[in-house]
Write a protein that binds this ligand. Sequence first.
Ligand code: MF3
Ligand code: CO
Length: 290
Amino acid sequence: MSKIGRNDPCWCGSGNKYKKCHLDFDRKLSTFRGMGAEVPTHGLIKTPAQIQGIKESAKINIAVLDYVAAHIKAGVTTEEIDQWVYQETVKRGGIPAPLHYEGYPKSVCTSIDNVVCHGIPSPDRVLKEGDIINVDCSTELNGYFSDSSRMFCIGEVSPEKKRLVEITKQSLSVGLEHVKPWGFLGDMGSAINEFATANGYSVVRDIGGHGIGLAFHEDPWVSYVSLPGTEMLMVPGLCFTIEPMINMGTYEIYEDEDDGWTIYTEDGQPSAQWEIQVVVTEDGYEILSY
Ligand code: MF3
Ligand code: CO
C-alpha cells in the first residue's frame, strides 16, 4: 500500500512523523482489508482542520433549519420555504448546495406525505393542516459541505402519521448506538431496519445516505437495510449522513417521470425522513449537522 517512510510526515497532514501518527492505524486497516472488509481510502478520512471547516458549514445549515422550524405553518407555500432557505443561507455566507446540483432547480427539497424525498418546492403547493413535510437543507461554505433534514407536522396531524414521524426520528438514535470506530456501517443500517420493521414500517432500499464533507456526495453509499458486519468499516474521521426514509406501507418507490426528481411511495402511503450528519471520533461519533 503506502510507501511512506516511518520518519516521513504522516499523510494526514498533522505534520507529525508517520510512525507517531497513522502507522498503527494503517496496519489495522490492512488487517481488516485482509479479512475482506471494505475499508475507507485515506481521502475519505477528514483531518481536524477539514472537520472544523465542515462544522462552520453545518452551523449555517442548522441555523437555516431552525429558521424554517420557527416559521413553517399552514398557508405557507413550499416555494416560500425555498426562498427562506436561499436567503438565510446566503446572508450567512453559504451557498445552498442543492441549487443547480445535477440540474436540480431549487435550494431545498420539500417532501410532503407520500413524497419520499427530493420534492421540488412550488408556488402551487400550499401547506395545509395535517401535512407532514421533510425539509432537506444542504450548505456549501468555503468548499465544505453539510446536509441535514427535519420533519414538520403542520397543525393537527393524524396519530398514524405522527407516530411515523416519531419512530423515524427515534431510528436515528437507534442507529447512532452503533456508530463507533472499527464497527461497520452495516451494524448501524441493520439496527435502523430492525427498529423500523419491529414498529410495522419498511425502510427504503434504493436510496441511501452518503459520505460528505469535501463534496456534497462522497463515498460511501450508506444503506439502512444492511447487515451487521457488512459495508464500510467506520474509522475516526469518516464523515457521513444518517438519513433513513421510512414508509408506512411498502418500501417500494418510483420517480416522477416529468420532473425527474420527485420520489413517491409506490402505494401512496406516507413516508418520513430525518437526516443528521456525523463524523466518527476516537471513541464514538460527533453530530455535525441536524
Ligand atoms: N439533500 C439530499 C441528500 O440528503 C440530496 C438532494 S440532491 C438535490 O442527499 F439535488 F435534490 F438537492
Ligand atoms: Co444527504
